[in-house]
Design a protein around this ligand. Structure first.
Ligand SMILES: [Zn+2]
Length: 297
């Protein structure tokens, strides 16, 4: 009953497209989207919903997200059609260790020789091919090819390459090492010297099968999951996003903004109010989940 109620709540919130489940149920996960520029050194190279980002620097490129096990050829084709060399990918970063964002990691590392940089909490999950995920084997939490991890991050750590600095914010709960990335960059329509804040949200949603409340006989999905989500929302509220991006296009209306970009250019993705709104809605949804569990417990 609780599960049906939770699914109903998620339907109300329009969150279903963000659930991990077999790719066949999500054609937007595998349908290519022509790659495009988001800022001077930032490009969208993902599919219609599974986001991947290329950040170019003077010392090679950073890729965020390898996506599904079937995605690397799509991401590579996007990178190359923009005129960049796949082999220039020096660092691979991740949003979180679920198969829809990380299944292609092993192949990308093999083909590019990039360093794999993963947040603590997700590093073991990457190494185990998903099998050490606290929710492994439940709805949509599937195995993927295991991959090596070259550097394990802690909350607030930075990744630096060719004069670009990204900050890793541990926004745990959806996975234990779910990561929101921030950095500053210049947009082509802005005056020289003006920089904007970019926020790439890792995820903010409990899946329907998660238990957030620890109660007798019904333990939480992992000890501290509720506190992790609470810290995650405190972190997300503290960030200011000029460019609001995320691991799924559905988080930030990728397709709608892509349409508006035909007229407005890169400015179509400037959406600080949309970001603040989306964080508020996600936090309210989390609180409804907690309340529903507490009422049923
Ligand atoms: Zn996920």
């Amino acid at each position: 009953m609780r599960r049906h109620l939770t699914v109903f709540v998620m339907l109300l919130c329009g969150c279903v497209s963000a659930l991990p489940s077999p790719a066949g149920e999500h054609p937007d996960w595998t349908t290519p989207l022509p790659p495009f520029r988001l800022a001077d050194n930032l490009y969208y190279v993902g599919s219609r919903d599974l986001a991947a980002y290329l950040i170019t620097t003077s010392a090679g490129n950073i890729l965020i997200n390898a996506n599904l096990v079937s995605s690397p050829p799509q991401v590579r084709a996007s990178v190359e059609s923009l005129g960049f060399a796949w082999k220039d990918t020096r660092i691979l970063l991740n949003s979180h260790a679920h198969a829809d964002h990380i299944g292609g990691v092993a192949q990308v590392l093999r083909e590019t020789g990039a360093l794999d940089v993963v947040m603590e909490g997700d590093a073991d999950v990457v190494r185990s091919g998903g099998r050490s995920d606290f929710a492994f084997g439940t709805d949509g939490i599937e195995p993927f090819p295991p991959a090596r991890v070259d550097r394990v991050l802690r909350d607030g750590d930075t990744v630096v390459l060719g004069g670009v600095t990204l900050t890793a914010h541990r926004t745990a709960g959806h996975t234990r090492g779910c990561t929101t990335w921030t950095f500053r960059t210049h947009l082509s329509g802005d005056p020289a010297g003006r920089e904007r804040n970019v926020v790439i949200v890792g995820s903010w949603r409990p899946l329907t099968q998660y238990r957030l409340v620890d109660s007798p006989g019904r333990p939480a999905s992992y000890p501290g999951i509720r506190a992790d989500f609470e810290r995650t929302f405190a972190t997300l509220r503290s960030l200011r996003a000029d460019l609001f991006l995320g691991a799924h296009g559905s988080y930030f209306d990728l397709l709608g903004k892509r349409e508006r970009a035909r007229v407005d250019g890169e400015a179509a993705f400037i959406d600080p109010e949309g970001y603040a709104d989306a964080v508020r809605r996600a936090e309210a949804e989390f609180e409804r989940f907690v309340a529903a569990e507490a009422a049923g417990a």
